[in-house]
Design a protein around this ligand. Structure first.
Ligand SMILES: NC(=O)C1=CN([C@@H]2O[C@H](COP(=O)(O)OP(=O)(O)OC[C@H]3O[C@@H](n4cnc5c(N)ncnc54)[C@H](O)[C@@H]3O)[C@@H](O)[C@H]2O)C=CC1
Ligand SMILES: O=C(O)C1=N[C@H](C(=O)O)C[C@H](O)C1
Length: 265
């Protein structure tokens, strides 16, 4: 039987790719999409999709679930909308697969508690690309031996959140294996505010935003007379799509919230 999938944010850069991915998948059916406008239309009414894409557009999650009974909601919207969508989906017994970044720790804890209470799978994946997950895993391993680390993430200039969800997740994974360490000179002073980047548990995160970039990150480790750089580049958004399809299948087998694909690959 097909997995019934709804997608929030279908007109976005990631959402549109995800629409094509689900439409092409032989074990999945795109039953609806959630947008903030165009209610009553179908994807086929939007110029960007072919006439064969007949999934209806909803602007209200309750209406969407009542009319189309999805098994899974894939959210690719923005940091302002995603928490509400995830909570609503869980409360309506729909399993969320969330690619949108920008959750607070308190929101993650609350959503985790709801998923647990309902025995429902929920995946929150700051990055769906296998190469990025390996980059994070390798960075965590390297930090055991080289605890001086700075993260540089580079993204397109339409990105709303900084630092990226991937950079935050990388820093959290490193924090698990590294004793807190304030890096740099103890008396260093920024002569222009922000020059040293964001501070996370003593390590620094730098965010670059430029047209032409997609999604890139390098993790730099410094040691005595040596440097190690671990870098990942997403050159297009197709790089995320096998991860999206993997999560839609996996979340059907789960009964709790998982934050980060490194926990399930
Ligand atoms: N986990 C991953 O591997 C990846 C995650 N992302 C994240 O996915 C999110 C989307 O990224 P992009 O597609 O580049 O952004 P985008 O700006 O191109 O698309 C966002 C879409 O969400 C829609 N939207 C906004 N509010 C909405 C609402 N209340 N209900 C329904 N739709 C709404 C917008 O109309 C827009 O079409 C971002 O948070 C980004 O960081 C992006 C790439 C990979
Ligand atoms: O906004 C993006 O583009 C991306 N967002 C995610 C993040 O914040 O880490 C994943 C990837 O880096 C692309």
């Amino acid at each position: 039987m097909s997995i019934r999938v709804a997608i929030a944010g279908p007109r976005g850069k990631m959402g549109a790719e995800a629409v094509h991915t689900i439409m092409k998948h032989d074990k999945m059916e795109l039953v609806a999409v959630l947008d903030y406008k165009e209610v009553g239309k179908t994807l086929a009414d939007l110029e960007m999709f072919p006439a064969s894409y007949t999934a209806p557009i909803f602007t209200d999650m309750h209406d969407l679930v009542e009319a189309t009974a999805p098994d899974v909601l894939v959210d690719l919207t923005n940091p302002h909308a995603v928490y509400k969508h995830t909570k609503e989906a869980l409360n309506l017994n729909v399993r969320p697969v969330i690619g949108t970044t920008g959750f607070t720790d308190a929101q993650l804890e609350e959503l985790s508690a709801i998923a647990k209470e309902k025995d429902l799978g929920c995946i929150i994946a700051p990055n769906f690309a296998i190469g990025a997950i390996l980059m994070m895993k390798f960075a965590k391993e390297a930090a055991k031996y080289l605890p001086d680390v700075e993260i540089i993430e580079l993204h397109h200039d339409q990105k709303l959140d900084a630092p990226s969800g991937t950079a935050v997740k990388t820093a959290q994974l490193i924090q698990e294996v590294r004793a807190t360490k304030m890096q740099g000179h103890p008396e260093e002073k920024e002569t222009i505010e922000g020059a040293r980047g964001a501070e996370f548990d003593g390590m620094r995160i730098h965010s670059v935003r430029l047209p032409g970039l997609v999604a890139h990150q390098q993790v730099l480790f410094g040691g005595d007379g040596q440097l190690l750089t671990i870098r990942h580049d997403s050159l297009n958004r197709n790089s995320f799509m096998s991860g999206v399809a993997f999560c839609v299948e996996e979340v059907m087998k789960m009964d709790q919230l998982v934050y980060g694909l490194e926990n399930i690959i």
